[in-house]
Design a protein around this ligand. Structure first.
Ligand code: EPS
Length: 402
C-alpha cells in the first residue's frame, strides 16, 4: 500500500525520498518534518559532520496548498557538505580521479561492497552504506507519523543503554506491566531533553563519562533503544500468511537500520527463559470491556496488533570507524595494516532511536492502509470508524450464549 524509496550518497548533492500510497487531503506541516530531521541529528557523541549539516526537507511534489494530492510525495534534503566534495563525488567524468581508498574498515560495508559490486575504490562502498541515508527515511517516516496521528496513533522512543550502562529503574518494565497509559510521544518530552536520550539523570551522567572514555581511547560504542507506539487498533497485520505478519515487518524494518544487529518485540529473548504462566498476558474484563493484565507480548499476538502499545527494542553495534583502528588488509598491497581513520561519529544510538520511530511509523502506516485503505483521508477515516465502533457488538453477537 505504502511504498518509499530513498536515493543519495552521503557526500553527494543530497538525499531524495519518494513516498507513494499516502491518501489525499492529509495536511502536511513542513515544520513537523524538519523538527523530526533535527531530532535525528542530535545526541552526544556525534562527529563533526553534524556541525556542518542542518537538515531540512524541500517538498518537490505530491502536496498542494499544504495538503497531499494522493500522488507520490517527493522530498529533497540538501547535503551542505557537498560543496567540499564536488570533485570526489562528481557525477560527471573528470580528468583527475580522487585518490582511491584501498583499506577496508572491519564492521563497515567497505570490503563486501568492493567484492560484490566490483568497485576499484572503497569510496563507492562508503557513500551509500553510510547512515546519512537515514535522514531520508526520517523525512518519509515523518509523513507516516503525520498520517498516523490523525488516528491518535503516536510513537516515541528512548535510549535504554549505551556501552552496557543501563538505568536503575528500567521504564521497559512499566510498559510490560501495562502501566503506561499516556500517548507514546510523551516519552520524547523527557528523552529529547537528555543529550543521550535516556530517561534517568544518573544513567545519563554515567553514559556521558563512558563516551568520553571511548573518545579518549579512539574507540566507539553501541547500545540498545526502545520504540513504542500507542493507539494502534487491534487487527493490524495477520496470522494467515508469513508475509502478512506485523511483527515480521517490524523486525525487517528495524534490522534494515544501519548498524542494528538485534530486534526484539515485547519481552522477546527473556520470555524464552521463563514459564508460560509468567510470560503471557492474561485476558481480563476492565470497566466492562476486554483488556489485558500485562503487555509482555509488546502489543502483538499471532502477527496481529492486540490494541495494546507496540514495544520494540533493538541493539546497535558500535560505530565501525575507529580512531585507534584494528587490523585489516590493504587491498593494493595485500599486506596486513591498521584500518583507515576518517571523520565519523563515536556514538549514534540516540539518533538510531529517532530513526526507529520513523521505521515503526512507516510499517504501521502501511498496515493501517492495508486494513482501512482509501483514496482520501476521509474515506480511510470512515473505514476505520466503522470497524472500531462495531468490534464490541460483533463479539457480543458472535458469542452470545445460545
Ligand atoms: C557515517 C559517517 C559520518 C556520520 C554519518 C554516517 O559522516 P562523515 O563521514 O561525513 O563524517 O556523521 O552520518 C551522517 C552524515 C548523518 O546525517 O547521520 C558513516 O560512515 O556511516
Amino acid at each position: 500500500m505504502l511504498k518509499y524509496y530513498t536515493a543519495g550518497e552521503s557526500h553527494g548533492k543530497g538525499l531524495t525520498t519518494i513516498i507513494s500510497g499516502i491518501p489525499s487531503n492529509l495536511e502536511i506541516n513542513q515544520e513537523y518534518i524538519n523538527k523530526e530531521l533535527k531530532r535525528r541529528q542530535g545526541g552526544y557523541g556525534r562527529g563533526l559532520r553534524m556541525k556542518i549539516e542542518s537538515d531540512t526537507a524541500e517538498i518537490l511534489s505530491g502536496v498542494r496548498y499544504g495538503k497531499t494530492l494522493g500522488s507520490p510525495i517527493s522530498l529533497f534534503i540538501k547535503n551542505k557538505d557537498w560543496e567540499n566534495w564536488t570533485e570526489i563525488l562528481s557525477t560527471e567524468k573528470i580528468g583527475k580521479h580522487a585518490d582511491k581508498i584501498t583499506v577496508p574498515r572491519p564492521g563497515h560495508a567497505d570490503l563486501v561492497g568492493v567484492t560484490k559490486y566490483n568497485y576499484d575504490d572503497i569510496r563507492n562502498s562508503i557513500e551509500r552504506s553510510s547512515a546519512r541515508e537515514t535522514a531520508a527515511r526520517v523525512a518519509a517516516g515523518s509523513i507516516a507519523k503525520i498520517f498516523l496521528e490523525i488516528f491518535n496513533i503516536y510513537i516515541g522512543s528512548f535510549v535504554e543503554s549505551i556501552g552496557g550502562v543501563y538505568p536503575a529503574n528500567n521504564f521497559l518494565n512499566q510498559l510490560f506491566e501495562n502501566k503506561f497509559k499516556s500517548a507514546a510521544n510523551t516519552i520524547n518530552l523527557k528523552a529529547d531533553k537528555s543529550p543521550v536520550r535516556v530517561l534517568e539523570k544518573k544513567q545519563e551522567e554515567k553514559i556521558i563519562s563512558k563516551i568520553k572514555t571511548a573518545k579518549k581511547k579512539g574507540d566507539t560504542l553501541g547500545g540498545t533503544f526502545v520504540v513504542v507506539a500507542t493507539g494502534v487498533p487491534v487487527g493490524l497485520g495477520s496470522f494467515v500468511h508469513y508475509d502478512t505478519k506485523l511483527d515480521a515487518d517490524i523486525a525487517h524494518a528495524f534490522m534494515s537500520i544501519n548498524a542494528v544487529k538485534g530486534v526484539e518485540i515485547g519481552t522477546g529473548f527473556s520470555s524464552a527463559e521463563i514459564f508460560g504462566s509468567q510470560s503471557h498476558d492474561e485476558i481480563v474484563i476492565k470497566n466492562g470491556v476486554l483488556s489485558r493484565r500485562t503487555n509482555r507480548a509488546g502489543g502483538i499476538e499471532g502477527g496481529t496488533s492486540t490494541g495494546l502499545p507496540i514495544i520494540v527494542r533493538a541493539a546497535m553495534k558500535p560505530i565501525a570507524t575507529l580512531m585507534s583502528p584494528i587490523s585489516t588488509v590493504d587491498l593494493s598491497t595485500m599486506k596486513e595494516i591498521k584500518a583507515r581513520r576518517e571523520r565519523s561519529d563515536f556514538v549514534a544510538v540516540p539518533a538510531c532511536a529517532v530513526i526507529g520511530e520513523s521505521m515503526l511509523a512507516l510499517v504501521l502506516a502501511n498496515k493501517f492502509l492495508e486494513k482501512f485503505g482509501g483514496d482520501s483521508i476521509e474515506e480511510v477515516m470512515d473505514n476505520y470508524n466503522s470497524y472500531i465502533k462495531k468490534i464490541p457488538l460483533r463479539i457480543k453477537k458472535n458469542f452470545k450464549s445460545r
